[in-house]
Design a protein around this ligand. Sequence first.
Ligand SMILES: [Zn+2]
Length: 339
Amino acid sequence: MNREVIAGIDLGGTKILAGLFDDRGQMLGKKRIPTDAAGGLQAVLDRMTGLIAELKGRHAPEGKLRGVAVAAPGPLNSETGLVYETPNLKWKEVPLREMLQEVLQVPVWVDNDGNLAALGEYTYGYPQEYRTLLYLTVSTGIGGGIIINGELYRGSDGGAGEFGHMTLVPDGPVCGCGNRGCLEALASGTAVARTARERVSRGRMAALREAVKGCIDKIDARLVAEMAAAGDGEAADLMDEAICYLGIGVANLVNLFNPQAIVIGGGMSGYRGLLQRVEEVVKERSYSSLSRKLKILPARLGSEAGLMGCLALASRKVKCEDSGRPFGIPADRWPGMVR
Ligand SMILES: [Zn+2]
């Protein structure tokens, strides 16, 4: 059977996750490999194209590859597929779309990973439920994407949705972006770990110091969250401070965008009670007429949000050859699908 397939690639600084999908949106197979960014640009491209060939050979050897969608880090131009810069991969001005198309000989689409995770949650996480939705991922960093009236909002130059870099404290901790007091520097996993290490080295958080036997390099956000959940008061206070900052950031977004839903994912979002606490802060700090109907929801796609976003992007570019239905959207959701 000559089934049609689409490949998606979520390109990260440390790992490449690729998936192969059929026209109903079923994942036929996936695989995660190290990015090996230190090997250089060509080596990373070879790993990406090799991974697609491997998945197709294994799961759809007779199939026809209709295109490849890539979720890439860093600001980029989604029209041309030019990646401006990616600190993780040390790329500058890389024509990713062109380079992949030359090897693969099929259409390639490239978009920002935060944007595509938002599109993934919008299309497959909460299908058709919320037309205006913001997605935030809270893990080592804080990023996200903006869906307005069913469409991605990318900004004038592809840089919209950098939620992690709104300034909340003028003279706050230095952020990876060079600014001070960004949301990311106050509420990410990296921020929680850094604050915990500072407190331990100043003689506070004795239980945490004991847990790592004095080796403060071993302190990470997961450990702080675990100790907080197990009843350690100082760890719980630290987590609550971070979550309050997150709530303030989200309240700002509510006043700016008046979304129907804010979907929160990433490693930190699994902390017990985080969504409820964010909701409380949002209710305190944003216009009540805007927060009253707002839904604050857990991400449903987990670490596959970017990959599902690749499929969602492809569904906006490719129609099934037999039916004209968007690729990757099940027949029972088409026609009549709200976008
Ligand atoms: Zn920043």
